[in-house]
Design a protein around this ligand. Structure first.
Ligand code: OSB
Ligand code: MG
Length: 368
């Protein structure tokens, strides 16, 4: 395929409720949509970078600059590009994995639509629906938390993940266990809010039989996670730290984690995400599909990924209405705690043009 133009469109989508984590509160999703126009048709990808560099160093305005100044020119220079060829073609640019992943997703979507093949099939999906969990933000009070969790359980979510930070950890987990019982699949995500000094607080969570603790320490601290894992019965899962298949293998081999959260955006794309899936399977580490509050565009692709065999735990692949009053694709609706894996060509969903126009905050068209 030859890329003829790339559209970068920023949209602002309000969240149905503020989402508070240890790194801040999100109230709106500032999303960069990347559309590639090729001689074989068009494809779309969603950039998962947040508005601010608070989860990782990337942020949406920077992703737009990197794509414009560094990624697009490298792709325009290629006579023949495929989804698999994107990562190698961009290898000269260090980091900026979320920006690269968005471009790769768009190229893959265009390529697979042209072939008439779904992303799920292309990546190696083995199921047509995936079990869904939900990520629950830090609440104002324990009562508010219990009400929110109770609502999600009524909707059928199969697993609850509580965001934690020092001062909001033992008490909320205890309250949720008391209210909803020991059989509830329950896990926590610290988003790097702890350090060696606050680790004793984490050890107290061992009494709750959690599925896992996600990313207690900073991204770079593989050794610290290994030391913590050796002192806890609760499995450690890494999110922010795992930026490639090589890091995933290293972290598992060093005992820093025994479970991995896979987000294609964080690791530079769906091809690298599958490599992580494969290396984790080879090392006996289950994986699950993380989320970045994606619209239907990113969600569709995540569901395709989550249908691979080593995705053994329910993911943060929640229904559209957990995030948005109106999604920009046909909405993903929970059925018996699961979401269907899109089966149409490419990502298998289409954007609602009128709605996307209304939500647009800026658009540029890049040409060779
Ligand atoms: O750490 O998993 C995370 C959202 C934004 C940034 C980081 C994270 C999250 C979530 C929500 O936990 C996952 C989702 O429902 O999309
Ligand atoms: Mg996380």
């Amino acid at each position: 395929m030859k890329i003829q133009a790339i559209e970068l469109r920023r949209i602002g989508v309000p969240l149905v409720r503020p989402f508070r984590t240890s790194f801040g509160t999100q109230t709106d999703r500032d999303v960069l949509l990347v559309t590639v126009m090729t001689d074989a048709g068009t494809g779309i990808g969603e950039c998962v970078a947040l508005a601010d560099p608070v989860y990782s160093s990337e942020y949406v305005a920077a992703a737009q600059v990197v794509i414009t100044d560094h990624l697009a020119p490298r792709l325009f220079a290629l006579d023949d590009v495929s989804g698999r060829g994107v990562q190698p073609a961009l290898g000269g640019v260090i980091g900026h994995r979320m920006a690269k992943a968005a471009v790769e997703a768009a190229v893959l979507d265009a390529e697979l639509r042209a072939y008439g093949v779904s992303l799920a099939r292309y990546l190696g999906a083995v199921r047509d629906r995936v079990e869904c969990g939900v990520s629950v933000g830090i609440a104002a009070t324990l009562d508010a938390l219990l009400e929110e969790v109770g609502g999600y359980l009524e909707q059928g979510y199969r697993r609850i993940k509580l965001k934690i930070e020092p001062g909001w950890d033992w008490e909320p987990v205890h309250a949720v266990r008391e209210a909803f019982g020991d059989d509830l699949l329950l896990q926590v995500d610290a988003n790097t809010a702890y350090d060696a000094a606050s680790a004793p607080r984490l050890r107290r969570l061992d009494e709750f039989n959690l599925l896992l603790i996600e990313q207690p320490f900073v991204e770079e601290d593989i050794a610290g996670h290994a030391a913590l894992a050796a002192t806890m019965s609760t499995p450690i899962c890494l999110d922010e730290s795992v930026v490639s298949a090589a890091v995933a293998a290293d972290a598992i081999n060093r005992g820093a984690c025994s479970i991995v959260n896979i987000k294609a955006g964080r690791v530079g794309g769906y091809i690298e995400a599958v490599r992580i899936h494969d290396v984790c399977a080879a090392l006996g580490a289950p994986v699950w599909c993380g989320g970045m509050l994606e619209t239907g565009v990113g969600r569709a692709a995540n569901l395709a990924l989550a249908a691979l065999p080593n995705f053994k735990l329910p993911g943060d692949t929640s229904a559209s209405d957990r995030y948005f009053a109106e999604d920009i694709t046909e909405p993903f609706v929970l059925e018996d705690g699961c979401l269907p894996v899109p089966q149409g060509p490419g990502i298998g969903v289409d954007v609602r043009r009128d709605l996307v126009e209304r939500l647009t905050t800026g658009v540029v068209l890049l040409r060779p």
